[in-house]
Design a protein around this ligand. Structure first.
Ligand SMILES: C[S@@+](CC[C@H](N)C(=O)[O-])C[C@H]1O[C@@H](n2cnc3c(N)ncnc32)[C@H](O)[C@@H]1O
Length: 436
């Protein structure tokens, strides 16, 4: 009987040959720690730089029909291990999944019997309606709170190990590209508050305030009176502690509150890295809520991740499904076109749009590198599964921003129907030095 290594090579060789002939990858696959044989996906004279070790037969389906979800799951569940740099591993996984999708599309196209367009249209219409109903129903305040708890309430110490000291958990702004992460996070906050023309005495609502960095800066350096809301208990506690330590309790209030429960009117509203949790079907109501909370002449900023699929599709090759299942349950990304359309439906006029995709690729590189550098310490802080999830999520999102699979937009808006004369002539104001 051949050894398991040899049997594996025999079983996988036809598939490996197909991969090598279409697009060789720097990968070798083996079984166990001391393999006597391996399957190579690179073509000579190239040597593999990534090694994938099978730990369980359960990994085989993921390998033979790879998607980012199935490979991610196999890694998270401990059915496979990788050796090599995490960014190269992610790149290899994307290329495997892409190749499998292409092969699947080739054979599906050959087999498909295409129904009449009218039948297809009706079916798609019904599916879209059913999908929207389901999505709206799943974003109850209770379900959203549980999803937030899952992601953000891991522990503050865990996040503190790989975020910047202010613990800003959103895309930074590298004005020159020379900044450290901490500097770029502060510049991002200043960029937002300057864009908002935040002035002393203004009231500011920060929806999804995280650990409080933006409201602290808005009160301290811009003289605003701020309310920050979050659904995460851990964030709420630390943000309040920080407000107390900064002596800003009279100017900053942190609340454990859902955006749907806030009342009152504010001169300025910021929402930074939060609207990804809202759900596509709820976007018009979310923007309507911002409209209702905004003073007549108020300004708001929505800063968030978007899909680059014009039909609001999830990140391809199972990447979106992996994120939904393991990282951000309930998270959904619209295309920037949908952001603008739903803003308008919510009664808001978008008047400035900036794409910061490059900045998020760099931010994620910083987070992922910090995570890798402290891997052993982080591994001891959480269980192995969570460690693996966060590890591939950070490296995977970095890849996705690098390769235009997702993007980051800042959109400034105000109540629709206001006079044109209130708008600035140019974008010069947003590059003025931050006040204070
Ligand atoms: C990625 S974090 C961004 C935090 C912060 N803005 C920053 O830049 O560091 C997302 C934030 O949105 C908050 N959030 C998500 N859904 C929310 C909801 N329905 N109501 C209020 N806050 C929410 C989370 O609690 C978290 O604070």
């Amino acid at each position: 009987m051949p050894s398991l290594d040899v049997a594996l090579v025999r079983a996988l060789e036809p598939w490996a040959e197909r991969v090598r002939s279409r697009a060789p990858l720097p990968l070798c696959i083996c079984w166990g720690d001391e393999p006597s044989a391996a399957v190579y996906l690179c073509a000579p004279p190239h040597e593999p730089t990534v090694r994938l070790t099978l730990r369980s037969p359960k990994a085989l389906p993921a390998l033979l029909s790879p998607s980012l979800e199935s490979l991610g799951e196999a890694y998270v569940e401990g059915h496979i291990d990788f050796e090599g740099s995490v960014s190269e591993i992610i790149d290899t996984a994307w290329r495997l999944a892409e190749l499998a999708a292409e092969e699947g599309a080739d054979s599906a196209a050959a087999e498909a019997a295409v129904p009449a367009p009218s039948v297809l249209d009706r079916l798609m219409q019904r599916m879209a309606t059913a999908w929207q109903d389901r999505q709206r129903a799943r974003h109850t305040p209770g379900a959203d709170r549980a999803a937030i708890e899952y992601h953000y309430d891991v522990s503050n110490a865990f996040y503190a190990r790989w975020l910047d000291p202010a613990m800003v958990y959103s895309c930074a702004y590298f004005e020159t590209g020379e900044e450290t992460l901490a500097e770029a996070q502060q510049k991002k906050i200043d960029h937002i508050l300057t864009k908002l023309r935040l002035a002393p005495g203004h009231t500011l609502l920060d929806i999804g305030c995280g650990w409080g960095a933006l409201v602290l800066r808005a009160a301290e350096r811009f003289g605003a009176r701020c309310v920050g809301i979050t659904l995460s208990q851990n964030q709420y506690e630390l943000a309040r502690e920080r407000v107390r330590a900064a002596g800003l309790e009279d100017r900053v209030e942190i609340r454990l509150q859902d955006y749907r429960e806030v009342e009152g009117r504010f001169d300025r509203i910021s929402s930074v890295g939060m609207f990804e949790h809202v759900g596509l079907a709820n976007l018009p109501q979310y923007f309507r809520r911002i409209h209702d909370l905004l003073a007549d002449d108020g300004w708001a900023m929505n800063h968030g991740i978007t899909s680059t699929d014009p039909d609001d599709g999830e990140t391809p090759y199972g990447g979106g499904r992996f994120i939904d299942r393991y990282v951000f349950p309930q998270g959904e990304l619209p295309h920037i076109g949908t952001v603008l359309t739903t803003m308008q439906r919510g009664g808001l006029e978008a008047f400035d749009v900036e794409n910061l995709r490059r900045h998020y690729a760099r931010t994620l590189a910083c987070w992922s590198e910090a995570f890798e550098a402290r891997a052993e310490e982080l591994r001891r802080m959480v269980d192995e599964k969570r460690f693996r999830i966060w590890r591939v999520y950070l490296a995977g999102c970095r890849w996705a921003f690098e390769h235009d699979r997702i993007a980051l937009y800042q959109v400034l808006c105000r109540r629709a129907g206001r006079p044109a004369r209130e708008l600035p002539w140019s974008r010069r104001w947003m590059y003025a030095p931050a006040s204070g």
